[in-house]
Design a protein around this ligand. Structure first.
Ligand SMILES: Cc1cc2nc3c(=O)[nH]c(=O)nc-3n(C[C@H](O)[C@H](O)[C@H](O)COP(=O)(O)OP(=O)(O)OC[C@H]3O[C@@H](n4cnc5c(N)ncnc54)[C@H](O)[C@@H]3O)c2cc1C
Length: 285
């Protein structure tokens, strides 16, 4: 439980941090709240030679409103800060997911950017971000780019971000008053991480008809969190909530472990999907 030796740098500015990361030889890692990285280092599952600490950059902290009505959440914004922000909590799926993440200590230190970059297959926040079609702003010494969240998760604990790229913000779309969203998860009794978690976003259609818009995303079930496109297509085609929800793990090979085998996880994905869809539907105007 003691990390291997490493060098530690605390740059004074974001530009300096980006230069330090660009100069890294592949064994340099950025550290934000340290909630995921430090446990890995203590277990020696991660052995960076150098840590670049970005944890004190105020410009990466906090929530600001975008011109078009969306929100830009600074990468260093903690779960606790998000819980205190009514503009973020107005999204039902985020208000459902964030209080379930870790415990008070984790929520006080852990950041949204760190969680996305860590790419845990059972990240709670991944499902709402996928269903809401969030975007990342990513910066490196070569400039800035926007990345749809759906293009970020590459595998277990892997993202498509290039070495030297930092997540600077997570962007949420402009709120739509007609839209309802929800996140429902079955937590693992020991870790609290979702065994299966589903976020749903719905805009109702005409009375009794299929929804005008819907999105569903699943976490905890496969090697990466994913959009449940089969669920969305079935709902838009007029199938019932239960029929659509049953397709939640379509096209993925569900994970299997001693607590939850493949069949159980697949079944729980469907149960969570139905509950999330119903809750989102209830919340939709
Ligand atoms: C006891 C415990 C319980 C937890 N329970 C849950 C849970 O129930 N559900 C859940 O979803 N999560 C859970 N977590 C995970 C927690 O939410 C994350 O550890 C935390 O949000 C990560 O943010 P951080 O700032 O601490 O990241 P760090 O640990 O500092 O970094 C994590 C990774 O992201 C990289 N990184 C950090 N910031 C950036 C950035 N801005 N740009 C690019 N790369 C970056 C780092 O190099 C590192 O690889 C738990 C963690 C703990 C310790």
């Amino acid at each position: 439980v003691i990390p291997a030796p490493f060098a530690y740098e605390r740059p004074d500015s974001l530009d300096e941090a980006l230069r330090a990361l660009a100069g890294g030889d592949g064994t340099t890692r950025v550290i934000a709240g340290g909630q995921s990285l430090l446990p890995l280092m203590k277990l020696r599952l991660a052995r960076p030679d150098r840590l670049v600490d970005i944890g004190r950059f105020d410009e990466l902290r906090g929530v600001r409103e975008l011109a078009g009505g969306g929100l830009a959440i600074g990468a260093l914004t903690t779960w606790a800060e998000l819980l205190d922000d009514p503009r973020v909590m107005a999204w039902g799926a985020l208000a459902d997911a964030i209080p379930t993440i870790g415990d008070v200590q984790v929520r006080n230190r852990g950041t949204i950017g760190g969680s996305v970059a860590h790419a845990d297959p059972a990240s709670d926040i991944a499902a709402p971000l996928l269903a809401l079609a969030a975007e990342l702003t990513v910066r490196s010494v070569h400039g800035e780019r926007r990345v749809p969240i759906g293009e970020v998760y590459a595998g277990p604990f892997m993202t498509t971000l290039a070495p030297g790229e930092l997540i600077t913000e997570v962007r949420l779309p402009a709120p739509d008053a007609r839209l309802g969203s929800a996140y429902v998860a079955l937590p693992h009794p020991a870790s609290g991480y979702p065994v299966a978690g589903v976020a749903a976003v719905v805009v109702r259609g005409s009375r009794g008809g299929p929804p005008e818009r819907c999105a569903a995303a699943v976490t905890g079930v496969a090697e990466t969190p994913f959009r449940a496109l089969a669920v969305e297509e079935a709902l838009l085609a007029g199938r019932s909530l239960a029929e659509a929800a049953a397709l939640a793990a379509t096209g993925v090979r569900a994970l299997s472990d001693p607590y939850a085998d493949r069949e159980y996880r697949t079944a729980m994905a469907a149960v969570m999907a139905e509950r999330a869809l119903r809750a989102a539907m209830d919340r939709a105007a």
